[in-house]
Write a protein that binds this ligand. Structure first.
Ligand SMILES: *[C@@H]1O[C@H](CO)[C@@H](O)[C@H](O)[C@H]1NC(C)=O
Ligand SMILES: *[C@@H]1O[C@H](CO)[C@@H](O)[C@H](O)[C@H]1NC(C)=O
Ligand SMILES: *[C@@H]1O[C@H](CO)[C@@H](O)[C@H](O)[C@H]1NC(C)=O
Ligand SMILES: *[C@@H]1O[C@H](CO)[C@@H](O)[C@H](O)[C@H]1NC(C)=O
Ligand SMILES: *[C@@H]1O[C@H](CO)[C@@H](O)[C@H](O)[C@H]1NC(C)=O
Ligand SMILES: *[C@@H]1O[C@H](CO)[C@@H](O)[C@H](O)[C@H]1NC(C)=O
Ligand SMILES: *[C@@H]1O[C@H](CO)[C@@H](O)[C@H](O)[C@H]1NC(C)=O
Ligand SMILES: *[C@@H]1O[C@H](CO)[C@@H](O)[C@H](O)[C@H]1NC(C)=O
Length: 406
């Protein structure tokens, strides 16, 4: 049977569109960052106590101009192959949308060419496994454009082991305060302590020697190693979203333009500690009802209000704007937009939101498309069109055969 060239062309274009619809692939990124980690030698690291120092810089043997579009970096903790085997939930996939190698965010930082360093205290909810660190470079459109990692390309060198929670404990520890960990492993997070002290109107020079840690309130801060609470954050950012109240937006199609900046009525210097801003899409109370997995919790680490990241940017007091096409994996619900400012330690210090304190005004309604993947949609449209064309083709062939045999 001969295939009509037009049909062949159509099929080929179907396949091309289908694969184009995938997002960023790791293999397409330049490995332009040099990343290293230092940990205590030959030591199995303990959660809540031990630290990893991560340093990164641009590989200076590459062209100097190639990093002009680098905006932010995302530092992540990643599973080494030995801890991935037999685990679909940790599987590596070249398409970053589907990749499950690096599930833990360490920090987001503005891009700098050199002298970057971050000291990370391993949080209390990291599972026991072998890891490395990967740093992704993000551009202004919020896409990964380059990366670097602390291990070689086969992910076999410079790995480190963390003795953390057993898998079945991961869920439990996320929902319960780990009071025991302070006395057990000991959590030493000076920033949390300072915040706690400030909140209680205390100003002790050395919190550790003063015995204040026996106070229940501060235990809560210390026990998680982070302890920042939403109620302790200053509402010093002004955030607006380009939507009218209860406007219905379609996931995968419509855009939200978010602008943010410092509320100018705050005194100069209010923002001196602000380093990065993360903008997120958050569930409004009406869409949280009876859904514990979206619950608002005052302790930031446990809060599940804002699950969809929009963008993260170095902090700037004004003229910030980002136009975001709502991702297709955003479920149908009612939302608002919130921005958090982070300090150099990676802790939230301020926020702003596109709604009032009761989260009742200027809400955004998102209507999800069915849970299918973009490429699947394109493929199914292509192939249904193909089947119609093929049917017509065969019908025509049969007819002409019938004529010829007459
Ligand atoms: C990788 O770097 C080269 C220059 O070294 C540049 O021309 C190219 O666009 C970069 N690729 C990506 C995906 O950024
Ligand atoms: C820096 O880039 C060059 C050229 O791509 C490469 O040969 C070299 O291994 C890189 N250096 C490091 C430390 O990754
Ligand atoms: C930076 O982005 C602009 C606009 O998207 C593009 O034209 C330019 O080639 C990019 N530069 C590099 C070095 O990738
Ligand atoms: C990086 O640090 C070194 C040594 O501390 C210093 O000499 C150099 O100027 C720094 N570079 C940048 C770009 O800050
Ligand atoms: C906690 O850290 C501070 C400053 O790094 C140190 O002085 C103190 O001894 C530590 N305390 C404990 C209980 O480890
Ligand atoms: C949303 O933004 C994208 C990219 O910025 C643009 O191509 C598209 O036309 C916008 N869609 C709408 C509905 O404004
Ligand atoms: C800015 O802050 C002041 C004082 O907290 C507040 O009254 C005002 O509503 C804020 N402005 C905006 C636009 O949020
Ligand atoms: C913000 O934009 C306005 C108008 O475009 C400009 O006059 C002002 O200098 C900008 N401010 C900053 C801090 O970039």
């Amino acid at each position: 049977m001969e295939v009509h060239p037009a049909l062949l062309l159509f099929l080929l274009s179907c396949l091309a569109t289908t694969s184009y619809a995938h997002n960023v692939h790791l293999s397409a990124l330049n490995q332009s960052l040099i990343v290293s980690t230092t940990t205590a030698p030959n030591k199995v690291l303990k959660i809540g106590l031990d630290q990893v120092t991560i340093t990164w810089s641009y590989n200076d043997t590459l062209p100097r101009s190639a990093d002009t579009n680098y905006t932010t970096v995302e530092v992540k903790l990643c599973y080494a192959p030995v801890s991935q085997s037999g685990r679909d939930d940790r599987k590596t996939d070249d398409s970053l949308d589907n990749d499950k190698t690096c599930p833990f965010d360490i920090t987001d930082e503005p891009y700098k060419r050199s002298n970057n360093s971050y000291v990370w205290t391993i949080p209390s909810d990291i599972p026991t496994a072998t890891y490395f660190v990967r740093v992704y470079v993000i551009n202004a459109k919020n896409h990964e454009i380059a990366y670097g990692q602390s291990t070689n390309s086969v992910k076999a060198s410079n790995l480190f082991q963390i003795e953390g929670v057993a898998d079945d404990q991961v869920q439990a520890s996320a929902s319960q305060p780990m009071l025991g960990s302070f006395f057990g492993y000991g959590v030493n997070d000076t920033t949390s302590l300072t915040l706690c002290l400030r909140d209680q109107g205390l100003a002790l020079v050395n919190p550790w020697s003063s015995g204040f840690c026996n106070q229940e309130k501060c235990m809560k801060y210390v026990s998680t190693g982070y302890g920042v609470t939403f109620s302790s954050l200053q509402r010093s950012l002004v955030v607006t979203a380009s939507t009218t109240n209860n406007q219905v937006l379609k996931a995968g199609e419509d855009n939200i333009t978010v602008t943010w900046g410092l509320n100018q009525t705050f005194p100069a210097g209010t923002d001196s500690a602000y380093k990065t801003v993360k903008v997120k899409l958050c569930y409004a109370p009406i869409s949280q009802k009876d859904r514990s997995w979206r619950k608002t919790v005052d302790e930031m680490k446990k809060d599940k209000t804002c699950q969809h990241k929009i963008v993260s940017r170095p902090y700037s007091a004004s003229n910030n704007s980002f136009s975001w096409t709502i991702l297709r994996d955003v479920p149908s619900a009612t939302y608002f937009v919130r921005a958090y400012a982070f300090n150099a330690d990676g802790h939230e210090v301020a926020f702003g939101q596109s709604t009032n304190a009761q989260k009742a005004t200027n809400l955004i309604e998102v209507q999800a498309i069915t849970g299918r993947h973009v490429s699947l949609d394109i493929a199914s449209v292509c192939f249904s069109a193909f089947s119609v064309v093929a049917l017509a083709g065969f019908f025509y062939m049969e007819k002409s055969k019938g004529k010829a045999s007459k």
